[in-house]
Design a binder for this molecule. Sequence first.
Ligand code: 5RP
Length: 252
Amino acid sequence: RKQFLVHLKRLLHQGNNMSLNEAKRIAAYKAVDEWIKPHTKVVGIGSGSTVVFAVDRLAERVKTEGLQVVCIPTSFQARQLIVENNLTLGDLDRFPHIDCAIDGADEVDSDKVLIKGGGGCLLQEKIVASCAEKFVIIADYTKNSQKLGEQYKKGIPIEVVPLGYVPIKAKIEKVFGGEAKLRMAVSKAGPCVTDNGNFILDWHFDSSKTFDWNKINSELLQIAGVVETGLFVGMATKAYFGMSDGSVKEQN
Ligand code: 5RP
């Protein structure tokens, strides 16, 4: 009965977004159940709306199964989620090896190349993912594509040092084409500032072209002042997509 009421509350809260949120939830629950095992000790916690469901499920399992996991956050939001759910908060100083990191994505292509950073957390997300033995992606069906740019229309997020954003923007546009737009804060009063005090350029590329994302990622990282890109190439172990029919699609 208690479980039913919790579920009902969740559904009412979700309102119009119910099916998308339900798609996120089923992907998150499945990933947590398949990858977090009794021997799992250190878990990376990604950022965004889908990860909220993963933390819900993890907290539930910690309570019911007595799992003993330390959680490493990828953002201020993730840190808050860990604390609010009474999970054990850790950091990379003490836990540099992560068994499994679970995170959302803005888009996942057929090779499991990801666009991340829609929420501005790409730098810490990439650091945490790079320390994880397994990196598991959870998403709703709108993130699943054949080719990057097919679904996510806001460009590839690139975190840059503030003082260099104008020349970096010019270089990106000259070398790679398209437009690198400075991301503004929601209030529009100024630029969006990341958890690390940097700016974000969203690079809008010509999605009709075919790109070698590994090469693009390396070349972007060579521009002085580029801190990290939201291109995650060859990092994801597996992706779970909650589908509109209530099933979960798995991509290995
Ligand atoms: C934040 C991210 C998120 O993982 C990505 O934006 C997906 O978020 P959501 O689960 O809300 O769709 O990369 O920087």
